[in-house]
Design a protein around this ligand. Structure first.
Ligand code: DQA
Length: 147
């Protein structure tokens, strides 16, 4: 049976395509979901793709998949920079987690340089627009195969 990967998207990412296209590009979240499904299929994995603007819902979903899924790709949006609750949830579920961002958060405002998710993720991929998600899936697949 194919391994299931949760791709979790946080606040405001539902507006991709129209939200600050100069920063985030014109690709919609639906487009990203489609390319992730194709990529995952190529790797023999399946994708469970979700988005919420609610911090607690993101925490609940991380808890929900802890026994059923093989790993997580997370773009926590602005919660990346603020949420100890999400960091603790990632630490609690004992699944490999790859952090992803469309933009290069290190080249932007100072407050975006800090990531609570990075402290507990196996790694971070950022700055490649929608392609960041596919690169994150590749990295997660390689990590799962090697462990
Ligand atoms: C983002 C970067 C965050 O700083 C921002 O709050 C987002 C999107 C990205 O994908 O580049 O909502 O996570």
């Amino acid at each position: 049976m194919s391994q299931m990967i949760l791709i979790l998207n946080g606040p405001n990412l539902n507006l991709l395509g129209t939200r600050q296209p100069d920063v985030y590009g014109k690709t919609t979240l639906g487009d990203i979901e489609n390319s992730c499904r194709i990529r995952a299929d190529f790797q023999g994995m399946k994708v469970d793709f979700r988005q919420s603007n609610i911090e607690g819902e993101l925490v609940d979903w991380l808890h929900e998949v802890r026994l059923s899924h093989a790993g997580v790709v997370i773009n926590a949006g602005a919660y990346t920079h603020t949420s100890i609750a999400l960091m603790d949830a990632v630490s609690s579920i004992e699944l490999p987690v790859v952090e992803v961002h469309l933009s290069n958060i290190h080249a932007r405002e100072e407050f975006r340089h800090q990531s609570y998710i990075s402290r507990v993720a196996i790694g971070q991929i950022c700055g490649f627009g929608a392609l960041s998600y596919e690169l994150a899936l590749d990295a997660l697949a390689a990590h799962i195969q090697n462990s």
